[in-house]
Write a protein that binds this ligand. Structure first.
Ligand code: AGP
Length: 612
């Protein structure tokens, strides 16, 4: 949830750490801070709010140091404030630490420490862990590394922590469990971060630290150990990412850039996989595990947020083309519901970041019960990708905007190829339909370009409805999850209350909300539910509701009934969600923009939710 950065080497640490925090700010922006170690002195600068406020506050301060750690926060324990901002210093001032995660048993440890005379400057679990480590170091008269190992055996929860100590002038000690940590290997220097975006401009050689590992990092040395104090061999990976991918590229916001990137990101996702000419879909992860899918009694899809909406569309696809029953699960509920899982059950895990804690812990427990885990992930090398037995990357490139857009359409493209490939192999999908759907999928990048070519109509609609207090989003069939996604995007970006519903469900209650002040967005493209959705539009119009519709180009019926229309090119109903979601992404972007909100970093949110 939070962003963590560290540097040790010959360069000035502060500018590297500060720039890293700006790159990771999408992970949390309640407060930020740095700790710099020089001449056996630790200097801590921290501030509530965005990294820019920290930068302002550090002007004129002594920022010289060759080792430093930095943190940008998404508050869990203790409200956003200077006092609760990281880094925290131990009671003696000898140690400083930053932390991403939650220490669940911190109150008990805090009581023990308070009974020993410890006082706390903040409300955070982190300061408790730090003083716990210091207490062990003092009482056991052991090294910081040893004290950390002992402490970590006592704490319950998730963590990625970076520690520095006055008496260890070049060393950063790091540890992780549940929260991500990447270490970049330079020449005589090392970079540490929650993900690769702060590291990419310095080196492409990285090590993804595993759970229960401790890293002792010096300018020219990286030692990895497990909690049993046994050395681990660092596995070096080469990053396949360019700096430009994490820059705005001339757009005002990452969200707008990422919406406009979809023609190329979907093309990248299909490239080398979708081969309509030879009627093949090349997906090694599926190919090598086809038996598991074909013989599956059921498939469970586990995800959160936007990824869960992609899972709902996959349910329609897999049941229609593979005739395998599908259950779509909110990861957080699935984990603690103690679901019935049989050995060999197939679980598809969907995640952009690959680090969402709710999904990760759900998969860990399912894997223990013998389930086969197939990951659909965007972030290469992420925890969910490494935990899965097999998988498929969406190749959407780094997604920086907190509201997921291009990763969603990347997930849909992968899930569509999976359903077509398994259905055709299983014989539940005819050759003609298989070929037709592959053809339709291949045309999607060009069709999205048509939608993006002129967004002035969507901008006009956004301006018209930006002051609405509530919105309803309605759809049927494949368009129902698209309606849910449209509602989520608007909530995230504009803070307007919005609900998505199956259109027919309206009559069973929500229609009571409808009046002349309620904009109702229909995802009403031409499909097998079309006639039904037309009657649903009439029901809303009969109650003076304002109807906005996503309609298929050339349709005259829906436009004749709706107050405002956003057209998309025609496509098969199973493929159309890749098109119908785009106007809804743009609508939420422009409503947020016209309300003067920070569309890339909406309040209270973070890009990767690494705490349960
Ligand atoms: C979507 O815009 C949100 N950022 C959020 O709902 C997100 O989809 C959810 O947190 C799941 O994230 P993941 O795909 O990285 O697992």
């Amino acid at each position: 949830m939070c962003g963590i950065v560290g540097y040790t080497g010959p360069r000035e640490a502060y500018p590297i750490v500060l720039k890293g925090l700006k790159r990771l700010e999408y992970r949390g922006y309640d407060s930020s801070g740095v700790a710099l170690l020089n001449n056996k002195q630790i200097k801590v600068y921290k501030k509530k709010g965005k990294v820019a406020e920290l930068e302002e506050a550090a002007i004129g301060q002594d920022i010289h140091a060759n080792i430093g750690i930095g943190h940008t926060r998404w508050a869990t324990h203790g409200e956003p404030s200077d006092r609760n901002a990281h880094p925290h210093q131990s009671q003696s001032g000898e140690l400083a630490m930053i932390h991403n995660g939650i220490i669940e048993n911190y109150t008990q440890i805090k009581k023990e420490l308070e009974s020993k005379g410890y006082h706390f400057k903040s409300d955070t679990d982190t300061e408790v862990l730090l003083n716990f480590i210091e207490d062990i170091k003092i009482n056991n008269n052991c090294s910081l590394e040893e004290a950390l190992r002992i402490a970590l055996k006592r704490v319950v929860g998730a963590y990625c922590i970076l520690l520095i100590a006055k008496d260890e002038p070049e060393t950063i000690i790091a540890a992780r469990k549940g929260s991500p940590l990447v270490i970049g290997i330079g020449k005589g220097e090392h970079f540490l971060a929650s993900d690769a975006s702060p590291i990419i401009e310095y080196t492409k050689e990285v090590v993804y630290v595993n759970d229960y590992e401790i890293a002792i990092v010096k300018p020219d040395e990286l030692i990895l150990k497990n909690l049993g104090n046994e050395k681990q061999t660092p596995f070096i990976t080469k990053l396949d990412m360019e700096l430009a991918a994490i820059e705005k590229g001339g757009y005002d916001h990452f969200m707008l850039k990422e919406i406009h990137e979809q023609p190329s990101t979907i093309h990248d996702c299909l490239r080398g996989r979708l081969l309509p000419q030879s009627l093949q879909i090349m997906m090694g992860g599926i190919e090598n595990n086809m038996e598991a899918f074909i013989n599956a009694n059921r498939i469970m899809i586990v995800a959160c947020g936007t990824s869960w909406h992609a899972g709902l569309i996959a349910e329609y696809l897999i049941e229609e083309f593979c005739r395998i029953p599908v259950e779509v699960e909110y990861a957080s509920e699935f984990r603690y519901r103690n679901p019935v899982i049989h050995r060999g059950d197939v679980i598809i895990a969907i995640s952009q970041s690959g680090e969402t804690a709710d999904t990760l812990v759900a998969l860990e427990s399912a894997k223990e019960k013998g389930a086969f885990i197939f990951g659909v992930v965007n972030a290469v090398g992420s925890s969910i990708a490494r935990l899965s037995h097999a998988g498929a990357y969406t190749h959407s490139g780094p997604e920086i905007g907190v509201a997921s857009t291009k990763a969603f359409t990347g997930q849909l493209a992968v899930l569509m190829m999976m359903a077509l490939k398994i259905g055709y192999a299983k014989g539940t999908l005819s050759k003609d339909r298989y070929a037709q759907l592959m053809h339709d999928l291949e045309l999607i990048p060009e069709k999205i370009k048509e939608i993006l070519a002129d967004t002035s109509n969507i901008q006009r609609i956004a301006e018209k409805y930006k002051d609405a207090a509530d919105f309803l989003f309605l759809g049927r069939g494949y368009n129902f999850p698209v309606a849910l996604e449209g509602a989520l995007k608007l909530k995230e970006i504009s803070y307007i209350h919005a609900e998505g519903y199956p259109a027919a469900e309206m009559k069973h209650g929500p229609i009571a909300l409808v009046d002349e002040n309620l904009p109702v967005v229909f995802v009403a493209t031409k499909d097998s539910y079309y006639e039904k959705i037309v009657s649903n539009v009439q029901e809303i119009k009969a109650r003076k509701g304002k109807v906005l519709a996503v309609a298929t180009a050339g349709d005259e019926v829906i436009p004749g009934m709706a107050d405002d229309v956003m057209f998309v090119p025609d496509a098969d109903e199973a493929i159309a969600p890749l098109l119908s979601v785009v106007p809804l992404q743009l609508l939420s972007y422009y409503v947020g923009l016209y309300k003067g909100l920070d569309v890339d970093k909406p309040r209270n949110l973070a890009k990767s939710v690494t705490v349960e």
